[in-house]
Design a protein. Structure first.
Length: 593
């Protein structure tokens, strides 16, 4: 029984009890499309919760778990706000009560906040509940232009500050956590011990929750895996690209421009801009609300692995602070000080490079990628991956750990013991790429014993051991707020991040042959990467290569809008002032944030 009525679930393949597709909020359709989520309405009788709810609206791609034949098609539904629960199987009269209630782990999926869903087969959060006595929750939230959209004419003076924030996907996550607080005890979970954990965009959303006042008290521990710390300003989210405070190329005003051109109401961007300026607020409001989902998604012409770019999340000052997040995490009063695990994989960026036909690879028969320039591939993958770690782990951990009483734990995932695949060197192509740790967190290999025949006994045993370690640390953290030595107390000690040299900063996850699980003092900083770049003998004397790498790293890359304003004296010496900027802009990559 939940707040809205009775539900009936089923016994799943792990022997757990499962309840799938329970509405946690009203369907965000019609005039609720760009509004904060509303509490789900009660239902009569007993609702069957036997299958996942619809995926969120998106462009079909691997991020959403769609088959290749659907790639590029319109997929999902605006009516997507559903939650799923897995709990150890017990009789109804034996559901844990009071002090016996179980830790709750709430999974937030990735996909660039434009693709993804709770039912992607690669994610199997129920695996944690099958291995350890925890209650696991997952849910869907709005994505892309449906989840983050700020336009000054969209609101008619009614509604709340949250309705006007543009951060609807963020608020969906908050609403799902409110549902957990109100209902999880009925499943044996402890509402006083809730851990949020997510990877990639899910990691971004975890970090958003730490800064979101509406989320205070709704969770008690947090795990951010491969997050990106790069929010957008309201100006970037709403303004025209050529305003004095320029907007993103896919800001809300630029999206409306593209819609007007596609509809034939304007022939050029200038015409569309002039028409938009003449439209009365209620006229524009009716226009955009009247657009079908497919029409909204059709304006995005840069779609990569099912993901496209529009400003998200937005530093609006209500849901998220209106200052850079690196500054916010340096001020303890600005974020929820709960125990936090944050980390990255060693070769984060290679996962994306391996699929980037525009810049890095050629696709041979059967879609097998071939690296065009192995030396450049390795160099750029190292810089991009190190910047990911510096910007979104080390620089944040340094700031947080400076506050007394902080509890920050960091990791780097180094496993790259890939098997031989005909025509591909996965160690070189992907390495310890983005998302690699999910194979271990969700037991993707270890739970399939037949994989021993494919991988060989040595490699399979190593994967199984590392799977046990990852799940053990995560669950111990969920139980106590400290991963320590894992649930059985037999793993290497995972100590808190320390700003003092020699005390340990991060835990490295790797196979035994490459050093195993161990603490490391390694620290990577943005300024350190800049210094390394100008001293790199591989680009020494090659101004164009230096400019190209700088543009990709610090201006147009995944972390670009967080560091674009930072001075780079060595680059300025090459081409001062406007000339420097013009030279950098020549090197804008095909796919950018």
């Amino acid at each position: 029984m939940v707040a809205q009525g009775a539900v009936v679930g089923f016994a799943d393949h792990y022997g757990l009890h499962a309840w799938l597709g329970i509405p946690y909020a009203e369907a965000p359709v019609g005039r609720l499309r760009w509004r904060a989520p509303r509490l789900a309405r009660p239902w009569e009788g007993t609702r069957t919760a036997l299958r996942f709810g619809p995926k969120p609206m998106q462009v079909a791609g691997p991020a959403g778990g769609y088959p290749r034949r659907m790639y590029g098609q319109l997929a999902g539904s605006e009516d997507c706000l559903h939650v799923n629960v897995w709990a150890p199987r017990v009789a109804p009269d034996a559901v844990p009560q009071l002090g016996a209630r179980l830790p709750v782990m709430v999974w937030i999926y990735g996909g660039g906040n434009a693709g993804g869903a709770a039912d992607v087969a690669f994610y199997d959060p129920a695996y944690l509940a099958s291995r350890h006595r925890v209650v696991v929750v997952s849910f869907n939230y709005r994505l892309g232009v449906f989840g983050w959209f700020v336009h000054p004419d969209l609101y008619d003076g009614g509604g709340t500050a949250e309705d006007r924030s543009g951060n609807f996907g963020t608020l969906d996550v908050v609403e799902a956590l409110r549902w957990v607080q109100a209902n999880i005890a009925a499943f044996g979970g402890d509402p006083g011990n809730v851990t949020v954990f997510g990877e990639s965009a899910g990691g971004i959303n975890v970090m958003s929750l730490l800064l979101c006042p509406q989320a205070r008290g709704l969770f008690h521990r947090a795990v951010a895996q491969s997050s990106i710390i790069a929010p957008y300003t309201v100006s970037e989210a709403a303004n025209y690209a050529d305003d004095a405070e320029p907007g993103h190329r896919n800001s809300s005003r630029e999206i409306v421009n593209k819609l007007l051109i596609r509809d034939g109401r304007a022939s050029t961007r200038d015409d569309a801009k002039a028409l938009q300026a003449r439209m009365r607020p209620e006229e524009l409001r009716d226009y955009v609300y009247g657009k079908a989902p497919g029409e909204l998604l059709a304006v995005f012409d840069e779609v990569f692995l099912g993901m496209y770019m529009n400003p998200r999340p937005v530093a609006d000052g209500c849901v998220l602070p209106a200052i850079p997040w690196h500054e916010a995490f340096a001020e303890p009063a600005r974020y929820h000080r709960v125990p936090l695990i944050m980390g990255s994989t060693r070769d984060e960026f290679r996962t994306f490079m391996a699929a980037d036909k525009a810049d890095y690879v050629d696709m041979r028969m059967g879609g097998i990628p071939r690296i065009r320039d192995p030396e450049r591939y390795a160099r750029e993958g190292r810089y991009q991956s190190d910047l990911w770690k510096a910007s979104s782990v080390d620089e944040i951990a340094q700031r947080m750990a400076a506050a007394p009483g902080s509890a920050v734990f960091a990791y780097r995932f180094d496993w790259d013991d890939w098997p031989a695949v005909p025509g591909m060197n996965l160690k070189q192509l992907v390495g310890a790429g983005h998302g690699t740790e999910l194979i271990f967190l969700f037991g993707s290999v270890a739970r399939r014993r037949w994989m021993r025949l494919l991988l060989g006994a040595r490699r399979f045993a190593g994967i199984a051991d590392l799977t046990d370690a990852v799940t053990s640390y995560w669950v111990q953290f969920a139980r106590t707020g400290d991963p320590g030595r894992g649930t059985a107390g037999q793993l290497p000690q995972w100590s808190q991040w320390s700003n003092a040299w020699g005390d340990g900063r991060m835990l490295v996850f790797d196979e035994t042959l490459d050093g195993g699980i161990r603490m490391s003092d390694e620290l990577v900083t943005v300024e350190g990467i800049k210094a390394r770049l100008v001293a790199d003998p591989a680009v020494a004397g090659d101004e164009q290569e230096l400019l190209r790498l700088y543009a990709r790293l610090f201006v147009y890359g995944l972390h670009g809008n967080g560091w674009d304003q930072a001075p780079f004296a060595a680059l300025a010496d090459l081409a001062p002032g406007g000339a420097r900027r013009a030279k950098v802009e020549k090197h804008r990559p095909a796919i950018t944030t």
